[in-house]
Design a protein around this ligand. Structure first.
Ligand SMILES: [Zn+2]
Length: 267
């Protein structure tokens, strides 16, 4: 069983890592043995490696090569094969998902906060945490996390499942309702609002179940169960193509097991 221990903040580049995770965009470059941890290679020299923590006995860094490829093609890896990150998430134990999810979000935050949004001057990695700090006004920018709710509605032995317009490529998959929490809103209020907006139903008891980090790009999904109270299904057609009650012993095609939507259905 692997263990990932994230570092508490930026670590000096002099403190070399033992192993490297190589990202091409958000996707992962696998080594020739099919593993995702690389030992140091000559083409990594001079690339921007960010040490993010420890995986088992190794200290681990992440290198993102997509920008380097354009600027200096000679530094692009000539080996390995790329795997889709969402596929990777589906097949790995939770510790590896935690490592990937942490590493990709730290890198994204550093890229997105190269300049201060308040005064426009360059930012640099801060000390003791993962903030990017403005070199002039000292404003701190922490990695962005966007809280969302995701909710399964119960009615006796039935659950409400929907098909999202954005999932149209997979026409048979049914899932649950989800949406971002608005500024000033509690998670429970967001559950009630999203259900009302998307399917026109009113719910009674709203109960927290579990959470999942989703790094595309930086969501924190808060999972709920809600009990149906009243109303008939009225579809928000811009987002959904269908919403339907299903008996628990006759469920349709569902999302993969590692997803929080599936865990909410299986609970
Ligand atoms: Zn500033």
């Amino acid at each position: 069983m692997h263990q990932y221990q994230p570092a508490g903040g930026w670590i000096s580049q002099d403190d070399l890592a033992d192993r490297f995770l190589i990202l091409i965009g958000d996707d992962i470059l696998m080594n020739s043995e099919g593993g995702f941890l690389w030992e140091k290679r000559p083409w990594m020299d001079g690339q921007d490696a960010v040490r993010t923590g420890n995986l088992d006995q190794y200290s681990v860094s992440v290198i993102k090569t997509d920008t380097v490829l354009e600027e200096s093609p000679e530094k692009s890896p000539k080996e390995g094969s790329v795997v889709n990150a969402r596929h990777y998430m589906a097949t790995q134990p939770e510790s590896m998902v935690a490592f990937y999810s942490h590493a990709v979000q730290i890198l994204r935050s550093r890229r997105d906060h190269r300049f201060c949004g308040r005064c426009g001057h360059p930012c640099r990695p801060g000390e003791g945490d993962w903030a990017m700090v403005c070199s002039v006004c000292e404003m701190s920018y922490y990695p962005r996390i966007s809280p969302c709710i995701i909710v399964l509605i119960h009615k006796g032995n039935e659950v409400l499942l929907v098909k999202h317009r954005r999932h149209l490529r997979n026409t048979t998959m049914h899932t649950v309702i989800a949406g971002f929490i608005e500024p000033g809103e509690t998670a429970e209020a967001a559950v009630i609002r999203e259900i009302r907006e998307e399917v026109g139903l009113e719910v009674g008891e709203v109960k927290y179940q579990l959470s999942q980090s989703w790094p595309f790009p930086h969501a924190l999904m808060l999972g709920y169960h809600a009990e149906y109270k009243s109303g008939d299904i009225c579809l928000e057609e811009e987002e959904l193509v269908s919403a339907q009650w299903f008996r628990r012993d006759a469920l349709p095609d569902l999302p993969p097991e590692f997803t929080i939507s599936r865990k909410l259905i299986d609970l």
